[in-house]
Design a binder for this molecule. Structure first.
Ligand code: NAG
Ligand code: MN
Length: 582
């Protein structure tokens, strides 16, 4: 054999080997779970070809991690049914609602291991997942949480997670004061034999920093954050871990079910087969939108995960090391709010992705209100903490054009002190992150359909009637509702109006319009930024162009109304006065 022949035969052998490997890989990927028991597969993995097993859909067979069907149980709240108290418990119940924001008397009577309804789309039962998924630390941050809601969160995770994928449940106490969360809690979790761990902050840090601390202290490969008043759904864990197993720069988000804060009924928030995903409006309020066709058609099954621009915030899973590599949460964010956007924009713009996972469901108690204060965390801050956070987030992640939309929608934000963002901008550069325009075109392409580019404001501020010396006011009502006038009080949500170039008079995310009944606060029409109003700089009158009348205070009864315009009448005169946060 000469050299050339030798080379040729080596080349041939190499090609044959490559072909074989490719075949094995191909078939392994086609039927991964069958291959899970096949040593061939492990061989491939240790050969560092990094073959990942794939999930498989089998219409005629249950998925490999599906739990056996539970026998129905009777008892308070079993099956996710609402639990009703006796009449003589009403006082105690309403006290607990004011203390915790939810009915703890009801919760305390329901078993920590109660059964719930299966809210998943039926397809979900037929997915099998690889047996070598990463292990998760479930991180639960709490501050003055009620006893049974916190422990039911823990117990449901223990009950409904394959133990081989659950490294631990890590409870992180953000400096609670309540007695039941001290020694009693430490004693109780001993029964979990080390599977449940508790760490405590030495001072109040707020939700955002406490979550980051949880990730730093966690021992699992994946961190999975839950609120402290959740119940995880049937077979919730493997579907969340699987996309991260395939690509460690993926954040996964379960679909959230509702748990009623008064009777603890467990019920789906999303009905039927329609999937939703997280988006936002330009004031940075979190919104949801039906999954657009462009995304839906990238999948074979409606039960498969889909890409989402953002998420609600509380519940998600992420590779722990990846989360820390991208700086976890911006440590300059305060307490609560906007952190979901910060993390979402960072993940997408810096090369990762966010998937919502329809086969993973987690129930969450939506509280009527926040039962605690931010204490000294909020001291010395002018304006709302959340708006300060939003400003920080948009100043780091938005391009100039999009920043303007935020300041148009939230004009007082220009005056707020967002702190120093130098390090965030340096990190953005270091990670070579893409522009916000890229994100809007490739990921959040449905946002502009619902919330188009905002024309600049012509005027903003409180809107004061010259004769009545009072200000236009939403009166704190929800739309649709009649508006009124009241004592001008400057900063706040009810009297801060914006009139844009297209005639829209907005207040927060709402709009002002009018009909035969009067001047009304309404939900702004989705997909539009225009409106019926025209302000005359000289006469200071505000004309409703459709009704051809002017906004006025009635001279007789001092009520807000629309009248045929009288440019010389002070009851028809309105002046915008810009206001700065106190
Ligand atoms: C902001 O932070 C950077 C680095 O963290 C520092 O060099 C800079 O002086 C800070 N700027 C201000 C105004 O404090
Ligand atoms: Mn919550």
């Amino acid at each position: 054999m000469n050299i050339i022949q030798l080379r040729r035969s080596r080349l041939l052998r190499l090609l044959t080997v490559l072909l074989l490997v490719a075949c094995v890989l191909f078939f392994a990927n086609r039927n991964p779970v069958a291959n899970a028991v096949n040593s061939q597969n492990d061989h491939i993995k240790t050969n560092s070809l990094q073959a990942k097993k794939l999930s498989v859909f089998t219409p005629d067979k249950m998925g490999n991690f599906e739990p056996p069907v539970e026998a129905p149980r009777s008892g308070p709240g079993e099956g996710g049914k609402p639990h009703v108290l006796l009449p003589d418990q009403r006082n105690e119940a309403s006290q607990s609602i004011s203390e915790f924001g939810m009915n703890m008397v009801v919760s305390d009577e329901i078993s920590l291991s109660r059964t719930i309804s299966d809210t998943r789309t039926p397809e979900c039962k037929h997915w099998s997942y690889p047996d070598d998924l990463p292990k998760a630390s479930v991180v639960i941050v709490f501050h003055n949480e009620g006893w049974s809601t916190l422990l039911r969160t823990v117990q449901s995770v223990i009950d409904r997670s394959p133990p081989q994928f659950l490294e631990e449940v890590l409870l992180v106490d953000d400096f609670s004061e309540k007695a039941h969360l001290k020694r009693k809690l430490e004693d109780f979790i001993e029964k979990y034999n080390g599977k449940v761990r508790l760490i405590r902050n030495k001072e109040r840090e707020g939700l955002i920093r406490t979550r980051t601390r949880g990730a730093e202290e966690a021992r699992g490969e994946v961190v999975l954050f839950l609120d402290a008043h959740c119940e995880v759904g049937l077979n919730w864990l493997p579907p969340l871990l699987y996309p991260i197993y395939l690509d460690r720069t993926t954040m996964t988000v379960p679909l959230i079910d509702g748990i009623d804060h008064e009777n603890f009924e467990y019920r789906p928030v999303y009905q039927g087969e329609t999937n939703f995903r997280g988006i936002f409006e330009w004031g940075m309020l979190y919104k949801e939108n039906e999954v657009p066709e462009r995304e839906a058609q990238t999948r074979t099954y409606n039960s498969e995960p889909y890409k989402a621009p953002t998420h609600a915030g509380g519940l998600f899973a992420i590779d722990r090391a990846y989360f820390l590599e991208i700086g976890a949460y911006d440590p300059g964010l305060l307490v609560w709010g906007g952190e979901n956007f910060e993390l979402s924009f960072k993940i997408w713009q810096c090369g990762g992705k966010i998937l919502w996972v329809p086969c993973s469901r987690v129930g969450h108690v939506y509280r009527g209100f926040m039962p605690y204060t931010f204490g000294k965390l909020a001291a010395n801050k002018k304006g709302s903490l959340i708006t300060i956070n939003y400003k920080r987030v948009i100043e780091v992640w938005f391009d100039d054009k999009y920043k303007e939309f935020f300041y148009t929608r939230e004009p007082t934000a220009r005056f707020l002190d967002m702190g120093n963002i130098t390090q965030q901008l340096e990190m953005k550069k270091r990670l070579n992150c893409k522009s916000f325009a890229w994100f809007m075109e490739e990921v959040a392409y449905d946002v502009l359909d619902k919330y188009p580019e905002l024309p600049a404001n012509l005027h903003w501020g409180e809107l004061r009637n010259t004769a009545a010396r009072q200000c236009l006011d939403t009166m704190g009502h929800q739309p649709p509702s009649l508006m009124g006038i009241s004592h001008c009080h400057g900063f706040g949500n009810n009297q801060l109006f914006r009139l844009n170039k297209a005639g829209q008079l907005g207040v927060g995310e709402r709009c002002v319009n009018a009909d035969s009944q009067g001047v009304k606060l309404v939900v702004c029409r989705l997909g539009s930024v225009d409106g019926p109003w025209e302000y005359d700089e000289t006469s200071k009158t505000l004309l409703h162009k459709v009704l051809k009348r002017c906004l006025a205070v009635h001279p007789q009864n001092n009520h807000l109304t629309l009248l045929p315009c009288d440019t010389a009448n002070n009851y028809h005169r309105w002046e915008f006065r810009e206001i700065q946060p106190k």
